[in-house]
Design a protein around this ligand. Structure first.
Ligand code: GDG
Length: 467
């Protein structure tokens, strides 16, 4: 079999594009190298004319085929329908959705063109693995062009209940394109149940356990919680903790006995950054004895800044951090530091290991890899404590974290206090269980388990993580 991966963005090594070490791109690339394959998707650039054909570039065992979009397509397919309609909808933020018929037409148009350009590249025994919400209708477009290969889809973000999804105009049409897949992977059982429930409610599909049928094909919908490369992230943290301490010291003054609470997120409203800053402020107000001896470092690289809701979040987070620092800070201590830029993975790993508390409090998240990275980076003898939102997919696996409701500022503030006061023996006990969980279901396990299910190669129970 040859593997064909399709994703919105393709990172091409020969262009010198950086691939996050240990991230999804690395895992997909290594699966492609193992099986031999093709990676197809948007180049990330726009050109005046839409690409009318693709010319794969072969590097080792993997070919890369990229398509340019026009600026109008980037606006409608990517910024518009994907990121102003589907993203807020799938994160249960109906108030933030902006549905526009011409954006939807652009979204369908790009999926159609992807299908048209991909078909000539396909071979009869190829197994096709499509990623994420930008490409939901792609399999249906491929089927219309006669493709009978096995086609799988993985949804990286949450799938909401039928009540929420049904608010999207054309929701029934869009959801039924999911039945063109042989296998649909979700982050959690809840997401899988929501998709199946949506197909039943909106399309009258027939459900039999994890199997759902609304047309000629039976689709299996199953959770495949994504992981990280735990071992390489752990090594990165060990190697970089010393280096990472230096920059913190340079910016915050001597750390001395000061403790560090860390947040790392793309600047995205789903991540609950503003609510987290408010909770940290609440913690300092309720527990003034901590003032001066702990600081929150929030790393928040800008993301999708062309979308108005993201520009608003950018402004709001500055405003809240400024207000809290002015009200609670001292001449020699700044409680909150929001840094809106990306750091290297190695610096991040060092920051995580240096931090006594990892604050991962999204309002809604498919999985959240930061929660797993924070645990992977800890010193096993003196680990920090993870505070984790119950609305992150990761909470389904990481019950030994301090689980919080991110809408409840008081609860998050109290969890920060509990984490900072937690005895070492309890920290070690929780850490050991969390580490065992993320190590048993790492990115290699995720890729091989998904591909085995898609190709029908192995019984799923053989691929369960070791206890
Ligand atoms: C989607 C779903 C799901 C962040 N800041 C920097 C940086 N990062 C890295 C983190 C982490 C990644 O970005 C973010 O991953 P998340 O999982 O937290 O979130 P999304 O980007 O929203 O990803 C999510 C994921 O897909 C996978 O299926 O878990 O739920 O929303 O790896 O470390 N990396 C570097 N510098 C930074 O400043 N180098």
């Amino acid at each position: 079999m040859r593997l064909v991966v399709v994703s919105n963005r393709v990172t091409m090594p020969e262009r010198g594009e950086k691939v996050a070490a240990g991230g999804l791109a690395v895992a997909l690339r290594s699966a492609l190298e193992k099986h031999g394959g093709l990676w197809f998707g948007w180049s990330g650039t726009t050109s005046a004319e839409p690409s009318s054909r693709v010319e794969p570039v072969r590097l080792g065992n993997v070919s890369y085929a990229v398509v340019d979009l026009t600026e109008a397509e980037r606006q409608s397919y990517y910024l518009g329908f994907s990121n102003r309609a589907l993203w807020p909808l799938m994160h249960y933020r109906l108030g933030l959705t902006d549905f526009d018929r011409s954006d939807y037409a652009g979204y369908l148009g790009v999926n159609r063109r992807f299908a048209k350009l991909l078909v000539p590249q396909l071979k009869p025994d190829d197994v096709i693995w499509i990623h994420d919400y930008h490409l939901i209708p792609l399999a249906a477009e491929l089927r219309r062009r006669g493709v009978t290969n096995r086609i799988g889809y993985f949804h990286h973000i949450p799938w909401p209940s039928a009540e929420v999804f049904g608010a999207l105009p054309f929701s029934a049409t869009l959801i039924s394109t999911m039945t063109a897949y042989d296998l649909v992977g979700m982050q959690t059982q809840t997401d899988a149940d929501n998709l199946i429930g949506g197909l039943v409610a909106l399309r009258g599909a027939h459900r039999d356990g994890e199997r759902v049928k609304a047309g000629p094909r039976e689709t299996v919908v199953r959770p495949f919680p994504i992981g990280i490369d735990v071992e390489s992230f752990r090594k990165l943290a060990v190697a970089s903790v010393r280096a990472a301490t230096q920059p913190i010291r340079a910016t915050t003054g001597p750390l001395g006995g000061r403790k560090l609470v860390i947040g790392v997120d793309r600047l995205d409203y789903s991540k609950g950054i503003v609510q987290r800053l408010e909770a940290f402020g609440q913690f300092l107000r309720s527990h003034p004895e901590h003032r001066g001896n702990v600081g929150l470092l929030q790393i928040a690289p800008p993301s999708r800044s062309d979308v108005p809701e993201y520009a608003e979040l950018d402004r709001q987070s500055d405003e809240v951090a400024g207000r809290l620092n002015a009200a609670l800070g001292e001449f020699d201590w700044t409680p909150i530091r929001v840094v809106k830029k990306a750091y290297s993975r190695s610096a991040l790993a060092g920051f995580y290991r240096r931090a006594q508390v990892g604050l991962v409090t999204p309002m809604r998240d498919g999985m959240n890899l930061v929660a797993k990275e924070y645990i992977a980076a800890q010193n096993p003898e003196d680990p920090g404590v993870l505070v984790l939102s119950r609305f992150a997919g990761a909470a389904h696996q990481m019950g030994e974290a301090l689980i919080v409701n991110p809408y409840d500022t008081h609860e998050v503030a109290e969890a920060i206090r509990t984490a900072l006061a937690m005895p070492q023996s309890e920290r070690v006990r929780r850490f050991e269980r969390l580490y065992a969980t993320i190590a048993a279901s790492d990115i290699g396990w995720w890729t091989s388990r998904y591909l085995a299910a898609l190709t029908g190669a192995e019984a799923a129970d053989k691929l369960a993580p070791p206890e």
